[in-house]
Design a protein around this ligand. Structure first.
Ligand code: PRT
Ligand code: ZN
Length: 283
């Protein structure tokens, strides 16, 4: 049994649960308690506030956890970052009132900065020889300048909409973050084994995202050209058709490249092209 801590509610909760479900580790939300066991994988989920996840994993209260890299850095507990999960992407930035003239980091010397991430900010200022007053506040950091509590802020930004609404301008992107899977440094062999199994499943889920399974018919004579259009993949599967001189080609194509490849294949004579969504790609 391995114990995974995830955010009880908030921005990372839904995607954490969805990732688990795609990896075949369903958690029944209706049965949800502080600690809920999965029926189809030896894993139990511990629901916590995101702020508490790094410590829970460092102490071994949970074996692994899903949390923003920003929280891991801020709390400073010694845990392994086992995998980047690709959701919850954001940055932590310095922002100033938009009317201010900003001409580089030295602007912050002697200024008061409101933030919920004092550790990350003081490290950044130290590295850049900036002397500023850091004021730690728990929430609504973005309103601090307009009520006179601070001259600038250091906060999470994703779309940037919140900054604009509050008359602020992002001037320095200090750190990029996303959800990560963290792990306790002293997992026993059984738990390490379960962690590798989980990672293998997460990677398969990621790999199949945006991939399409494409089937088409093509004259035999054009197969070499078709293979040249589909670089970087193992040879496509080629099956003879009942109709003399024709083959069926099966290939996996990334959604981003799909239309370009299909047009090129049509141009060399591909017909009856079927595009199917791909459930899982296990290598
Ligand atoms: O209750 P708990 O303590 O568990 O949750 P929380 O309120 O501390 O965290 P939560 O749910 O807000 O965020 C959890 C994690 O999501 C963060 O630690 C980040 O890793 C990640 N994340 C990704 C974000 C954002 N994007 C984000 N946009 N966290 C917060 N925001 C805030 C941002 O501060 C701003 O105020 O959302 C607001 C809107 O952002 P814009 O730029 O899109 O307008
Ligand atoms: Zn929090």
């Amino acid at each position: 049994m391995i114990r995974l801590a995830i955010q009880a509610k908030g921005r990372l909760n839904e995607e954490s649960v969805a990732l688990l479900a795609e990896a075949g580790v369903a958690i029944e939300e209706s049965k949800r308690k502080l600690l809920t066991q999965s029926n189809d994988f030896p894993l139990e989920v511990l629901y916590l506030r995101d702020d508490d996840i790094p410590q829970a994993v460092a102490m071994g209260v949970a074996d692994v956890g899903i949390v923003g890299l920003n929280e891991v850095e801020e709390k400073g507990f010694d845990v392994d970052i086992a995998h980047k999960l690709g959701f919850g992407k954001c940055r932590i930035s310095l922002a100033v009132p938009k009317s201010e003239e900003y001409n580089g980091l030295s602007y912050f010397n002697g200024k008061r900065i409101a933030t919920s991430y004092p550790v990350i900010l003081s490290k950044f200022f130290k590295e850049n020889n900036i002397n500023a007053e850091i004021h730690e506040i728990a929430g609504s950091v973005e309103i601090a300048p307009s009520v006179g509590m601070a001259d600038a802020i250091f906060d999470i930004v994703s779309s940037g909409g919140t900054l604009v609404t509050n008359g602020l301008r992002e001037v320095e992107k200090v750190m990029f973050s996303e959800a990560v899977l963290i792990a306790n440094k002293n997992l026993n062999e059984e738990k390490q084994q379960l962690l590798s199994q989980l990672l293998f499943r997460f990677e398969s889920v990621e790999r199949s995202k945006g991939m399409k399974y494409v089937l088409m018919n093509l004259p035999h004579a054009k197969i070499e050209e078709a293979i040249a259009i589909l670089p970087g993949m193992k040879s496509p599967t080629i099956l003879p058709l009942a109709q003399e001189g024709w083959s069926s080609i099966h290939v996996v194509i990334n959604e981003r490249e799909l239309w370009g490849k299909i047009e090129a294949l049509k141009a060399i004579g591909a017909e009856d092209i079927l595009v199917l969504s791909l459930e899982k790609m296990i290598l």
